[in-house]
Design a protein around this ligand. Structure first.
Ligand code: DQQ
Length: 577
């Protein structure tokens, strides 16, 4: 263990001991020490609980020097149910300690589940939680909880408000579609505002509520935004982004040099739109709307759902977390004893064009980088394969960029990207397709004989007088097993390959591949379950299956160390002895 991580562990232990908790070596040890043959899909540096079911991230925040992550959790099984708010803390967004649950479903207003919600930091650094409860009648209501002891930086205990529920599905609201409060923001009139996901007549809406004291809320008759092109909006998020794209912005900031992002989760994806928000009137005028042709903005074009962002005041950045679901069936989840991961936290900024967001893994993750292999200016002939050896390919961070000198040979078949579904194009022209300029990219979690491989690649097309860059994450050959879903994902990237290099970063962690194309302009996350390409039997390759040569301008790949993710349990027993 390096000195830095020893200091981290010692620091954290002292903090935990002061708070009367100790590490527990129970269930998480069993799973973590299980051999990779028994648990080949357990990750090394992605956040996961020791066992059981996990879904949406809830109420992430930075409070008194510590990052807090709450998440939807089933304490009893690897399937959804008995939903509680589990709670973990970190100094660095990489290493985590699991604490006791913050909220359990044990009151009339949440007896059937403590569902998703957010935290807000009220003036004087006072955190509050607003979350959805499924009540005794299975109606969705919104509840409030506050920390029991504000001087505890770990915020170990939370007290539910005696006023719960603070918002109920009255006045014609559908009690089955009324959930997932956002972080609140304060308007110029001093009132707090919050959005609740809703559906009315089959259409998605973000209901707007206002309150003076966070307890009594009144609904605005006009939703902040709605769409007749989508169904129910789950887990909405609403926040400002700086127009110069250099720093993150606090949720209540009404700085004029910002745009606002509205995110809604539907159709298994997290879609967002950009627009201008006027705080005095609560009007949100959008640049483009959800499901408009040609403006399908998603955080991620793969597996990435129910995300939530927060403002990190320590580094002046906005950070995004998301639930990454399994891509195999529930029987497999029950067998392995767990289901679900959280994404690597990503910083979000507005792009230079102002038309989309840019995402990038938080810089802290780079502390896990170990052995490195590096290549510069390496030609990849048409139809060639190059093994990249010297790192642990099952647990890696890879950065590669390509130069294209044959760009004018790109296939001229793409008419207008706004008419074409990139996902369909990726399955019609997979990594094995023989194109002109592409497919080229990397094969990850590949077996030596290549019968298993996950390809992340680019394919360039000519469209009228410009070029279109397609990015694919091809899972079709990711596993010899029959069960897992092997759909391919795709996205177009807004870059001009005539003047920009084509870049890719992929974070590989046993059963997850998180890829960032065009320096974070298009992200694709895939879950894969190889049978042969596990641990030391996993290989990494660069490939070019196009007819024309491309050049690897630079490639850097690192083995990644394991993050410290452990449980702590209260020392009640010790106190009693
Ligand atoms: N998950 C929660 C809901 C939310 C859904 C329940 C999204 O509050 O709408 O676990 O994954």
């Amino acid at each position: 263990m390096k000195i830095k991580s020893v200091i981290w562990v010692v620091d954290f232990c002292i903090l935990l001991l002061f708070n009367g908790i100790q590490f527990s070596h129970g269930d998480d040890r069993k799973l973590q020490s299980a051999s990779s043959e028994q648990q080949p899909y357990r990750t090394a540096y992605h956040f996961q609980p020791p066992k059981n079911w996990m879904n949406d991230p809830n109420g992430p925040m930075y409070y008194k020097g510590i990052y807090h992550l709450f998440y939807q959790y089933n304490p009893y099984a690897a399937v959804w149910g008995n939903i509680s708010w589990a709670h973990s803390i970190s100094y660095d967004l990489v290493n985590w300690i699991h604490l006791d649950h913050a909220l359990n479903p044990e009151d009339p207003s949440d007896i059937n589940g403590c569902w998703s919600g957010s935290t807000t930091l009220l003036p004087g650094e006072k955190p509050v939680i607003l979350y959805t409860g499924s009540d005794t009648k299975n109606q969705q209501v919104q509840n409030l909880a506050v920390p029991k002891n504000l001087s505890d930086p770990l915020l170990m205990e939370w007290v539910k408000s005696s006023h719960n529920p603070v918002m109920a599905p009255i006045d014609g609201l559908d009690p089955d579609n009324f959930r997932d409060p956002t972080t609140a923001w304060q308007g110029p009139d001093g009132l707090w505002r919050v959005l609740i996901g809703n559906q009315m007549n089959g259409h998605g809406r973000a209901l707007l509520y206002r309150s003076k004291d966070f307890v009594t809320w009144s609904r605005s008759m006009v939703p902040l935004h709605s769409s007749n092109k989508t169904g129910m909006w789950e887990c909405p998020d609403f926040y400002p982004v700086a127009i110069d794209g250099k720093y993150g912005v606090e949720t209540s900031s009404m700085d004029e040099v910002t745009k606002h992002v509205l995110k809604a989760s539907f159709n298994n994806h997290d879609y967002y739109i950009l627009g201008n928000y006027t705080p005095t009137t609560d009007e949100f005028s959008v640049d483009t709307d959800f499901m408009d042709s040609g403006s399908d903005l998603r955080y991620d074009y793969g597996q990435f759902y129910a995300s939530k962002s927060f403002f990190d005041s320590s580094k002046k950045r906005r950070i995004l977390w998301s639930w990454i679901q399994e891509s195999e069936n529930a029987t497999d989840d029950i067998k392995k004893g767990w289901s679900g991961l959280q994404s690597i936290p990503r910083t979000i900024l507005l792009s230079e064009s102002g038309k989309q967001l840019i995402q990038w893994p938080v810089e802290e993750i780079e502390q896990l980088r170990a052995e490195n292999v590096s290549l510069q200016s390496k030609e990849l002939k048409g139809g060639s394969l190059l093994e990249v050896s010297g790192i642990t390919a099952s647990q890696a961070d890879i950065e590669v960029s390509f130069d294209l000198s044959n760009i004018n040979e790109a296939e001229p078949e793409l008419m207008d990207p706004s008419w074409i579904d990139p996902q369909i194009l990726c399955s019609q022209k997979p990594a094995s397709f023989r194109g002109n300029v592409g497919p080229f990219g990397i094969l990850v979690l590949a077996s030596k004989d290549l019968t298993e491989r996950t390809a992340i690649f680019f394919h360039i097309f000519r469209s009228h007088d410009k070029y279109v860059v397609l990015m694919c994450s091809d899972k079709s050959r990711s596993s010899l097993r029959e069960g897992p879903n092997k759909v391919s994902y795709g996205a177009f990237i807004d870059i001009d390959p005539q003047i920009e290099k084509i870049s890719l970063r992929s974070l590989i962690d046993h059963s997850i591949v998180e890829s960032f194309g065009g320096e974070g302009k298009a992200c694709i996350t895939a879950r894969v379950y190889p049978m042969l390409a596990i641990d030391k039997q996993a290989y990494l390759y660069a490939f070019n299956n196009g007819k024309f040569d491309v050049t690897i301008a630079s490639l850097n790949a690192w083995s990644m160390k394991k993050a410290h993710i452990a449980s702590a349990s209260r020392r009640r027993k010790l106190h009693l002895n």
